[in-house]
Design a protein around this ligand. Structure first.
Ligand SMILES: NC(=O)c1ccc[n+]([C@@H]2O[C@H](COP(=O)([O-])OP(=O)(O)OC[C@H]3O[C@@H](n4cnc5c(N)ncnc54)[C@H](O)[C@@H]3O)[C@@H](O)[C@H]2O)c1
Length: 236
C-alpha cells in the first residue's frame, strides 16, 4: 500500500510544523500549505482563503505525491488581544476569513477530489472556543465557529467515508503565543497557575493528538478533543 498523502496547512510553523514531522515519522507523504514560503520541497506557498490558488496547489501536490486523503489544518493568526469595544472590524473579518472560511475552502477542495476514497480531516480549534474569555472576542468566536464547522462537515461527509474531527489546544509554546507575550504582555505565568497540569503544551503534544484523530481513530467523527492539560475540565 502506498503512503497516505496528507496536507498540513500552517505547516511552516508551530503546531503545524510539529504535525508535519510527526506524520512523516509515521510514513505519510506530507505537503505543506502555508502563506510563508518554505524551503521544504513538498511545500506550496498558498493563502488558504484563495480558493483558486488552493485548488491549483492541490493539483500540483497530487501530481507530485498522489491523491490527497488526509488534511490537518493548523493555519491561523492570533487575535488582537484587546477589549471588544476597541476591536477593528476589518481585522475581525480577516481573522474569520482565515480561520473559518479558509478551513472550509481547503477541506472541500480535498473532498471534491476523493473520488470514492475514504478521507480524514482534523481542524485546530482552541480552548477559547469554550466559555467566555476577556479580550478574545475576535479569536475565540472564530475558533468556536471552527469547532461548529467541524461538526457540520462531519455530518455531511460521513456518508462519503470522510471523518472530520478537531483538537482544541490549550496554550502551546509556538511563535503565535510568543508574539502575544512579546507584543501584548500576555501573562503566561497566570496561564501556568490556572492549568491543572501546571504548564504550557509543547507543539509535539498537539501533533500527537492530531495524528491520532487523523489516522488511528477510525470510529471517531464530529468530535473536538481538548489537548489542554485539564484547562476545560477545571470547574472554577
Ligand atoms: N499556540 C497556541 O497556544 C494555540 C492554542 C489554541 C489554538 N491554536 C491554533 O493552532 C493553530 C496553529 O497555531 P500556532 O500556534 O502553531 O501558530 P503559528 O503562528 O506558529 O503558525 C501558524 C501558521 O499559519 C500560517 N498562516 C497564517 N495565515 C495563513 C493563510 N491565510 N494561509 C495559509 N497559511 C497561513 C502562518 O504562516 C504560520 O506558518 C492556529 O489555528 C491557532 O489558532 C494555537
Amino acid at each position: 500500500m502506498s503512503a497516505p498523502h496528507t496536507i498540513v496547512t500552517g505547516g511552516a510553523s508551530g503546531i503545524g510544523a510539529a504535525t508535519v514531522e510527526k506524520l512523516r515519522g509515521r510514513g505519510h507523504a506530507v505537503t505543506i500549505f502555508d502563506l510563508t514560503p518554505s524551503a521544504d520541497p513538498d511545500s506550496e506557498a498558498v493563502d488558504v482563503t484563495d480558493e483558486d490558488a488552493v485548488s491549483a496547489a492541490f493539483d500540483r501536490a497530487a501530481a507530485r505525491r498522489g491523491p490527497v486523503t488526509g488534511l490537518a489544518m493548523s493555519h491561523g493568526i492570533r487575535g488582537a488581544y484587546v477589549p471588544a469595544l476597541e476591536m477593528d472590524i476589518a481585522r475581525i473579518a480577516r481573522l474569520y476569513e482565515i480561520h473559518v472560511i479558509g478551513a472550509l475552502v481547503v477541506a472541500r477542495q480535498m473532498v471534491r477530489r476523493l473520488d470514492g476514497r475514504p478521507g480524514s480531516v482534523v481542524l485546530v480549534s482552541s480552548t477559547t472556543a469554550y466559555g467566555g474569555w476577556a479580550n478574545q472576542t475576535d479569536y475565540g468566536t472564530a475558533k468556536a465557529a471552527e469547532r461548529q464547522l467541524m461538526a457540520n462537515l462531519a455530518i455531511e461527509w460521513a456518508p462519503l467515508g470522510v471523518r472530520v474531527n478537531a483538537i482544541a489546544p490549550g496554550h502551546t509554546r509556538t511563535p503565535m503565543v510568543q508574539d502575544l507575550i512579546d507584543k501584548e504582555g500576555y501573562d503566561v505565568s497566570d496561564v501556568e497557575r490556572r492549568a491543572p497540569l501546571g504548564r504550557l503544551a509543547e507543539p509535539a503534544e498537539q501533533a500527537e493528538a492530531i495524528a491520532w484523530l487523523l489516522s488511528d481513530a477510525t470510529f471517531v467523527t464530529g468530535q473536538c478533543l481538548p489537548v489542554d492539560g485539564g484547562w476545560t475540565a477545571a470547574g472554577k
